[in-house]
Write a protein that binds this ligand. Sequence first.
Ligand SMILES: O=C(O)CCC(=O)C(=O)O
Length: 316
Amino acid sequence: MISQICLRQCLNEIVEEARELYIETYVPRHNGPPLAWEFYTNFVSKNRPCIFENCLCDCSALEKWTSEYLKRKVGNKAVSVSVTPSGYADAVANDKFVLPEERKIMMKDFIDILNKPKEGNVFYIQKQNSNLTNEFPELLDDIGAEITWASEAFKSKPDAANFWMGNSKATTSLHKDPYENLYCVVKGEKTFTLFPPCDRLFLPYKIYPMGQYVYDHAKGLWNILEIDGTTPWIAIDPLNPDTKSYPQCKNARPITCTVKPGEILYLPSLWFHHVQQADQTIAVNYWYDMEFDHKYSLYQAIDKMSLLLDTMNTKL
Ligand SMILES: O=C(O)CCC(=O)C(=O)O
């Protein structure tokens, strides 16, 4: 029977080879928007990230999206906001996978809260349901509903366009998405900690019971309400990895990059990402459907075998 040691060794060799052959240790930068074929050939087909600089020159959002403008344009709209005590929405806390408290508040109030944050209450617009088109259609003319060269390369329109706004307390925990992601920073900056899909071997998952943050207004306290179901989630925080419980995570090789206003990060499908931001950061991202091709099958194979090792809880 195949042993855990053999399986881990075999997967280690696959990752080692991938690192030697094609995985870079940095995110390359490209000045200006690429041609669609160039983007597809050099980055999408290779599942290789890149930052495209000076890409939003035609978008008035870069100039316009100040607090005053946003208040004028969408200030009186009720918008969906995630609120947490820690800034981590959809993340592990107290050995549970905890969802944020979802509130509907006026955009002008949200902006005031961001300008004068209160200790222990982190507000973040991070609804990933195409909230740019659904909740903020008034802002579409300032930024656009798609990235034209990306739509040409993918031969499709985006499945979702999401609007993100928050401060440096809001952090997105490590995860991956089955989407090709074009992530545009309009204000502030975003720092991404990335891991290629084959680093899955070193990023253990655990099954967590689910919870949701609920604020007790009378007592001024946060509680975690238990809710039905479980979620598999990555058990380590790349900023503070628990190498004692998960020694294999020392072999993961993070790539960090910072995306500034006017820049677009191409974040390839299935790359793991953890995201931090500066105060007053606004971003928009476009999710395009990924191709479920041979790369997908390879990553699925690595994922399934790594899951087997996670469940055996090997400390090798
Ligand atoms: O900006 C963030 O906080 C998270 C972005 C993200 O996870 C995504 O675009 O998939």
